[in-house]
Each structure stands twice: as structure tokens, then as C-alpha cells.
Design a binder for this molecule. Structure first.
Ligand SMILES: NC(=O)c1ccc[n+]([C@@H]2O[C@H](COP(=O)([O-])OP(=O)(O)OC[C@H]3O[C@@H](n4cnc5c(N)ncnc54)[C@H](OP(=O)(O)O)[C@@H]3O)[C@@H](O)[C@H]2O)c1
Length: 423
């Protein structure tokens, strides 16, 4: 007779409800002791046994019968307090909370270690894709040089619809909301904050460091236009919102630093990440010995995320049976590379008054900021003239100054999108 794992679940929304469904398929392996929710009276899916619901979330954590606590509430304050309470009660915790792990992961992992229990968070990045465990365990001996990830399914869906169905940004966003891929308030997704939190967790996992999510350079996708998309396609590329995590050396001190950024990027259609469509996620890893590797899968959704949670529950149970827990090395401090010093090729669109001498003035500003143009095209005439440039490799600070100076030119009506190009 098997001894089922007795779990207590905090939160019964998309992921919590899917987890209850999955564990019910294996009654010999798992039993759900209690489930904490916010609105006890709210209607639930038929597979939820409402007699297990409680509005008293601490009671789930301290319940003698609960062996493993699963946090699926989200957000910071309540979730953090409950996780701390569970760890201090020597109970392993599994969470899918990217916001919390990005901001307080190091502190919580230390509390877990001090209490000799696991705190596992595979589901917090890229849902079903087992990227945290891969970085922390399988690739722990690898010299990873760069990670480029499509970490947010909502924005990838929107950009796919813009590219393939020629919807503009607002139309694509509305469609994503209608299908449940985007929240009513889509700010965290479209502004890149969600991907930024995940990038911080990936960096901490890959390089055994701690990265404050506020130090991640972030640009979202709300300003991408159909013209940008068309121009990318015409040049054999697609636009994706990517997180780039890169090991670099400071050019003066040669100290090891990490650059972490989330922004739209033009990617050649031959690159594996270009084929990641709709709400799928992917992580492309480059390392000294492995060369290139890509993981691809569902980055969100109740069942895919609950599957990753279930994997962590089994891992925690296995460790409990051996009276052990996952011990990871103490994080070291790795400074963040100055974004202004990064170099990249750029695409830049400038709306101008179509009058003699405009091009010379614009080109002069590029030149005086050490930016060399690799190609230029004019679209439209008269009041609708648009100059579109691709640059050779240029420094971020120089591009910023170029945009400032262009914006001040009388004949420039608007500096449109500035998008980095992956080489
Ligand atoms: N959804 C995804 O695809 C996905 C993917 C990866 C990671 N995640 C992460 O997984 C976590 C859960 O996401 P979700 O989409 O399942 O969220 P959700 O659908 O909003 O569910 C949240 C649940 O938490 C409960 N809750 C809220 N405040 C509470 C409180 N103070 N005490 C007890 N319960 C409380 C809610 O209760 P009521 O039901 O009564 O309102 C609800 O059941 C988040 O950290 C999220 O970032 C989600």
C-alpha cells in the first residue's frame, strides 16, 4: 500500500484548479488535504471538493496533515508570508510565483536552507518547460555564455497575429484578451515586466547569483507598428519580444558582468526562435561545450503549469523520504553590465517632412554620434514620408543621443520604433 503525498494548496484559480485535477488522476500518489481560496462562496469547477476549501490560508500551512505546501495565489505580500510560515514549520514549498521568486527568491531560499526543506519554483518560468531545473542541475557544469528567451506567451501571440494576420497592435491585443491569453489589464505582459521577472529568475538560476528584477533593462511591444513588422519581413526577419541574458567582460576592469534585458528584437527567420509562434515560449541557450540548445513548449495555462508544479511536488517528496533537500550554492554577486555600453545593430524609423536637405541633416546626426548606416529606404512622399534605416553595430548610448537629436530636428515629425537586430 502506497503512502500518498499529502498536499495543502494555497489558491485554486487557473493553476490551482488544474493541479487538483491532475492529482485526482493519481489517488494512490497524492491526496489534497486542504485548499485555501479568497472567495469561499465563489463557484468552482466540478472536480473541486468544496468541503476542502477554506478562507483561512494559514490553517492550510500549519495543518499537521499537510506535508507539502503549494503556493498558487500569486503576488508578493500574502504569498511571501505564507511561504515563510510553511518553511519555518519545516514544510517543503512548491510555488509558481515568478513575481515573488524574482524579488525575494534569495531570501526565501535561505530560509528554506536554514530550515532544511525544499523551496522549488520550476513553474515560475515558462510554465511546462523545465528550464530552472535544467540550468541549476543538468547544465551546472556548463559555461553558459548567452540565453535568449521568448518568455511571455501573450506578447508572442500578439506579435504572431500582427505578423501573420496583419492585425494592428490594438486588434491583436483584443484578440489575445478574448481568447484568455491576455489579462484585462495587460500592462505586465505588454510592457515586458512579466518577462523581466522571469529573466531575473533565469539569470539567478544560470549564474548562481541574485538579480533584482528592477535592474533588468525593459522595453515592451506597445509601440510596434505594422510598418515595422512589414519591414522586418521584407528583410527576412520577424519581430519577437526576447529576454537576453549575456555574460560580458567590463572593457576597462575586465571584470565578469551580466547584461540582462527584455526588448523587441528583429530575428532572422532562419533562427530557431523565429519559428516560435502564438503563445508558445522557448529558451535558446549558448554555451562553451554545448554549443546551441533550444527548449520549446507551453509557457502558461493551467494544466501545463500544474504539470511543472507536480514535478516539483514529487521531487520534494523524494527528498523528504531521503531526509534531505536540494542544496544549491550560495549566490555570488555579479555586477550588471551598463546597458549604455552595449552594442547592437539597430532598425530605426523616422517620419520626416519630405523636403530638400532632410536626409543630409538626418545622416549628419547619425554620423556625429558615430553611427554608421548600413541601409536606408524612403517609404511614402510628402507629409507621409518615412525614412527607415538599418545601422551597423552601434553603442546604446550613441543611439539614445541620436534619437534625442533627431527628435529636436524641425523636419523630423516623429522618431518611430527603434528596434535592435540580432546578429
Ligand atoms: N495562469 C498561468 O498560466 C500561470 C503560468 C505560470 C505561473 N503562474 C503563476 O501561478 C500563480 C497562480 O496563477 P493563477 O493564474 O492560477 O491565478 P488566479 O487564477 O488568479 O488564482 C489565484 C487564486 O488565489 C486565491 N487567492 C487570492 N488571494 C488569496 C488569499 N489572500 N488567500 C488565499 N487564496 C487567495 C484566489 O481565490 P479565489 O478563487 O477565491 O478568487 C484564486 O483561487 C501566480 O503566481 C502566477 O504568476 C500562472
Amino acid at each position: 500500500m502506497k503512502n500518498p503525498i499529502r498536499i495543502g494548496i494555497l489558491g485554486c484559480g487557473n493553476v490551482g484548479s488544474a493541479l487538483v485535477y491532475l492529482v485526482a488522476q493519481e489517488p494512490d500518489e497524492f491526496t489534497v488535504e486542504k485548499i485555501a481560496v479568497n472567495r469561499i462562496e465563489a463557484s468552482r469547477e466540478p472536480h473541486i471538493d468544496i468541503s476542502k476549501l477554506t478562507a483561512d490560508s494559514s490553517s492550510v500551512v500549519v495543518d499537521q496533515n499537510v506535508e507539502i505546501v503549494v503556493e498558487l495565489i500569486g503576488g508578493i505580500t500574502v504569498a511571501k508570508d505564507l511561504i515563510e510560515l510553511a518553511l519555518k514549520n519545516k514544510k517543503p514549498v512548491v510555488t509558481a510565483n515568478k513575481e515573488l521568486m524574482a524579488k525575494h527568491g534569495t531570501e526565501l531560499l535561505r530560509i528554506a536552507k536554514d530550515n532544511g526543506v525544499d523551496l522549488l519554483f520550476e513553474a515560475s518560468v515558462c510554465g511546462a518547460i523545465p528550464i530552472v531545473r535544467l540550468l541549476k542541475e543538468s547544465l551546472v557544469g556548463e559555461e553558459i555564455t548567452r540565453i535568449v528567451g521568448i518568455l511571455n506567451g501573450t506578447t508572442n501571440y500578439i506579435l504572431t497575429k500582427m505578423t501573420e494576420d496583419r492585425l494592428d497592435f490594438e486588434q491583436a491585443l483584443q484578440m489575445a484578451q478574448k481568447l484568455g491569453y491576455a489579462e484585462k489589464d495587460p500592462t505586465a505582459d505588454i510592457k515586458g515586466y512579466d518577462a523581466g521577472a522571469k529573466a531575473a529568475i533565469l539569470t539567478s538560476s544560470a549564474f548562481i547569483t541574485f538579480v533584482d528584477p528592477d535592474s533588468v533593462f525593459i522595453e515592451g511591444i506597445a509601440d510596434i507598428t505594422l510598418q515595422d513588422i512589414d519591414f522586418a519581413i521584407k528583410n527576412g526577419m520577424v519581430i519577437k519580444l526576447v529576454a537576453v541574458i549575456e555574460k560580458l567582460r567590463n572593457e576597462i576592469s575586465s571584470e565578469l558582468q551580466i547584461s540582462i534585458r527584455v526588448h523587441p528584437m528583429m530575428i532572422k527567420i532562419s533562427h530557431p526562435l523565429a519559428s516560435v509562434r502564438n503563445s508558445y515560449n522557448a529558451v535558446f541557450i549558448e554555451g562553451e561545450a554545448i554549443g546551441e540548445m533550444m527548449l520549446y513548449g507551453k509557457g502558461a495555462g493551467g494544466l501545463p503549469t500544474a504539470s511543472a508544479v507536480l514535478g516539483d511536488i514529487l521531487d520534494a517528496k523524494h527528498n523528504m523520504s531521503l531526509n534531505t533537500f536540494n542544496r544549491f550554492a550560495e549566490p555570488r554577486l555579479i555586477p550588471i553590465y551598463d546597458q549604455n555600453k552595449l552594442t547592437s545593430e539597430f532598425y530605426i524609423a523616422v517620419d520626416v517632412a519630405d523636403e530638400p536637405g532632410v536626409l543630409a541633416k538626418v545622416a549628419q546626426i547619425f554620423g556625429s554620434n558615430r553611427i554608421s548606416i548600413s541601409s536606408m529606404e524612403q517609404n511614402g512622399f510628402g507629409q507621409n514620408a518615412r525614412l527607415v534605416f538599418f545601422t551597423h553595430s552601434a553603442m546604446e548610448a550613441d543611439m539614445k543621443e541620436t534619437v534625442n537629436q533627431l527628435s529636436e530636428l524641425e523636419s523630423v515629425k516623429k522618431v518611430g520604433s527603434v528596434i535592435r537586430v540580432m546578429v
